[in-house]
Write a protein that binds this ligand. Structure first.
Ligand code: ATP
Ligand code: RIB
Length: 307
């Protein structure tokens, strides 16, 4: 899929330092098991999504907050290497950068995560407002629920003010004001998040459709539910149904949802149809699960186009 226009995506959300340990099996309660390897790297849902969108060809403005510890330097180095602006990478004096302990089962590629949000939770309304001109100029806002609640609300308010497309990836799942649903153009939960907001256990196309209908009743305009290696169920104004995942050998699925969301928004921002944007994002996410890590695993435009 050739790039015709470079879209602009504002991403507000978390930067997290990921500490990922690969093991042959997860320990039971009270048990110690040997690890196979450990990997430190840049992560966090917001930052992973921003990295995916940027590598996919979008101009990305990342708005986040880090601490004054050594992990904040991992963020700064990452954005420098990715040629992403640090104008809105705020610092909480004396604060701790977000961090996550990730266990990855090297046999199944499944993961378990404990996340400490740290400075992400201190991202303020005023800090979002400093980027108002970026909201005015962008095509799409992409946000999640891993930074402060006020930053999410203010981002959505600003994007709506300028008539921009609002994409909310409701991860990690948490309570949101019912009134907010009506402000969202694309709501992009995974299966467990879809269940959290609807009470419907999502396992296949039929249950995904029922969950999507319930979310539409709440007021969101379009629903895209990611279903892991099955792919995606979409119920949008443009089309409905399953868009299958690409078949790959997964080695680490951490951040697959972030890869999808970043790719989807980059594609929407450059004017692709929703169907094409979902396919593009599926390709991006499939490539990402064939590599270890989260942000570092995001593929570049040329790789996605060859998929
Ligand atoms: P995470 O929480 O780890 O970021 P997630 O649960 O939010 O992930 P998933 O639904 O697992 O997200 O995956 C997102 C997308 O990534 C899927 O819709 C699909 O396109 C792609 N994907 C995930 N796992 C695989 C896989 N094993 N093979 C191919 N594509 C995959
Ligand atoms: O979605 C994956 C991300 O969630 C990881 O990078 C980790 O930081 C957690 O927040």
């Amino acid at each position: 899929m050739e790039q015709t226009k470079r879209g602009k995506v504002v991403v507000t959300g978390s930067f997290i330092t990921d500490i990922a340990v690969f093991t042959s099996r997860f320990p039971a309660d009270g048990e110690t098991v040997p690890g196979r390897s450990i990997q430190f790297g840049p992560g966090g849902k917001g930052s992973n999504q921003a990295t995916a969108a940027s590598r996919a060809g979008a101009e990305v403005i990342m708005i986040t907050k880090i601490g004054t510890d050594f992990m904040g330097e991992i963020a700064r180095t990452h954005y420098k290497n990715e040629n992403m602006t640090q104008k809105y990478v705020y610092t909480q004096e004396g604060g701790e950068t977000g961090s996550a302990i990730i266990e990855i089962n090297a046999e199944t590629a499944e993961n378990r995560i404990i996340v400490l949000k740290g400075a992400n939770d201190a991202l303020t309304k005023e800090e979002i407002d400093q980027a108002e001109a970026e909201f005015q100029e962008c095509d799409v806002l992409l946000t999640q629920l891993e930074a402060s609640q006020i930053s999410v609300l203010e981002s959505i308010r600003l994007a709506r003010r300028y008539g921009k497309t609002v994409v909310l990836n409701p991860a990690p799942a948490g309570e949101i004001d019912e009134a907010l649903f009506g402000e969202i153009d694309y709501f992009t939960p995974n299966e467990t998040e879809a269940e959290f907001y609807t009470g419907i256990r999502v396992t296949d196309e039929q249950t995904a459709e029922r969950a999507a209908d319930r979310l539409l009743d709440k007021g969101v305009k379009n629903v895209i539910i990611t279903l892991g290696k099955i792919g995606v169920y979409a119920k949008t104004k443009e089309f409905q149904g399953i868009v299958p995942a690409f078949r790959v050998k997964a080695v680490d699925t951490t951040g697959a949802g972030d890869a999808f969301n970043g790719g989807f928004c980059a594609a929407l921002a450059e004017g692709k149809s929703v169907r094409d944007a979902v396919s593009f994002a599926n390709a991006l996410a499939a490539l990402s699960v064939t590599r270890r890590g989260t942000s570092p695993a995001m593929p570049y435009r040329g790789e996605i186009e060859k998929c």
